[in-house]
Design a binder for this molecule. Structure first.
Ligand code: NAP
Length: 278
């Protein structure tokens, strides 16, 4: 059996098992299976090691482990090294390789919605694992300016420094909440607003969404967060996290199996699992 696990915490709303298991079935890959492994930070190293020792072949890693997992891998791909975060693990010649498909997934969902971020001023909430993938993906697609707003500012500063080394022409800021008023793209890469905390929003007090902005929330449960409701009411174009989930999953699936992923099967499985979660 080719077992794949998802390590993260919390995982009760994860749609990844439904998405990947539907894809395996659709391609007749009956010896493949995908399971969740709710894992707290203190247990990550042992849990991942035990899974691979017991014959696991690959894994996904999600909140809050995308940076901490780096110490468990033998090698990072160029993408994961640049981003400084890992969401996908696979074995190559008995070595554990850390990769990152979040940036690809984020961009593909943006392109599916016909949004080209080139030249845009962007505000990003968060500086964790997925925020790093989003920031590097946007920077490599020639955005003009990026303001990173994070609860712990030092983490935002670290991300800004890492970006500046690679994208010298990018205008970066870590404190300017006033950038929101000029933002053309606003991205939430924090869990604020995720179930069960659905009454929360990364927007505080009198923050206003500029009319015509694109507001993209990586959260997919609920499919429309409080942030997206506020943004839609203010006339913004909104995008939830389901598209990204599917596209980062497609990239991981192809890496693991070497087969073209059945995109529509995965989209349908995610939609159905999401409806039954609601
Ligand atoms: P992470 O590495 O643990 O980072 C979490 C980030 O959120 C950090 O910047 C953290 O700030 C901030 N944060 C956490 N709790 C907060 C709070 N109560 N108030 C304000 N800020 C808070 O997690 P991650 O893997 O990047 O995941 C972040 C979110 O993206 C999750 O909701 C996850 O489900 C979602 N996501 C979705 C997809 C998708 O495919 N749709 C893919 C990846 C991630 P500090 O640095 O100050 O702690």
């Amino acid at each position: 059996m080719n077992r794949i696990a998802l390590f993260g915490y919390p995982l009760e709303y994860s749609l990844s098992p439904a998405m990947h298991n539907a894809a395996f079935r659709a391609l007749g890959l009956n010896e493949w299976s995908y399971e969740i492994r709710p894992t707290s930070p203190g247990d990550l190293t042992v849990s991942v090691r035990d899974f691979f020792r017991a014959g696991g072949v690959a894994a996904n890693v999600t909140i809050p482990h995308k940076q901490a997992i780096i110490k468990c891998v033998d090698e990072l791909t160029e993408t994961a090294r640049l981003i400084g975060a890992v969401n996908t693990l696979s074995l190559r010649n008995a070595r554990l390789i850390g990769d990152n498909t979040d940036g690809i997934g984020f961009m593909q969902a943006l392109f599916d919605a016909n949004v080209d971020p080139r030249g845009m001023s962007v505000v990003l909430f968060g500086a964790g694992g997925s925020a790093r993938a989003v920031a590097f993906a946007l920077a490599s697609h020639q955005i003009r300016a990026l303001t990173i707003l994070n609860r712990h500012e030092t983490r935002a500063e670290r991300l800004a420094r890492d970006l500046q080394k690679n994208f010298r022409g990018l205008t970066l800021d870590v404190a300017g909440a006033d950038a929101l008023a000029r933002a053309q793209l606003i991205v939430n890469a924090t869990p604020v607003g995720m179930a069960p905390g659905v009454d929360q929003s990364p927007f505080v007090n009198d923050m206003v969404v500029p009319r015509g902005a694109v507001v993209y929330d990586l959260i997919y449960h609920p499919s429309e967060t409080k942030l997206l409701k506020t943004a839609r009411a203010a006339g913004a174009f909104t995008l939830g996290g389901l598209g990204m989930l599917v596209h980062q999953g497609v990239a991981a699936f192809e890496l693991w199996t070497g087969r073209a992923a059945p995109l529509e099967v995965m989209q349908r499985a995610v939609r159905e699992a999401d409806e039954s979660n609601a």
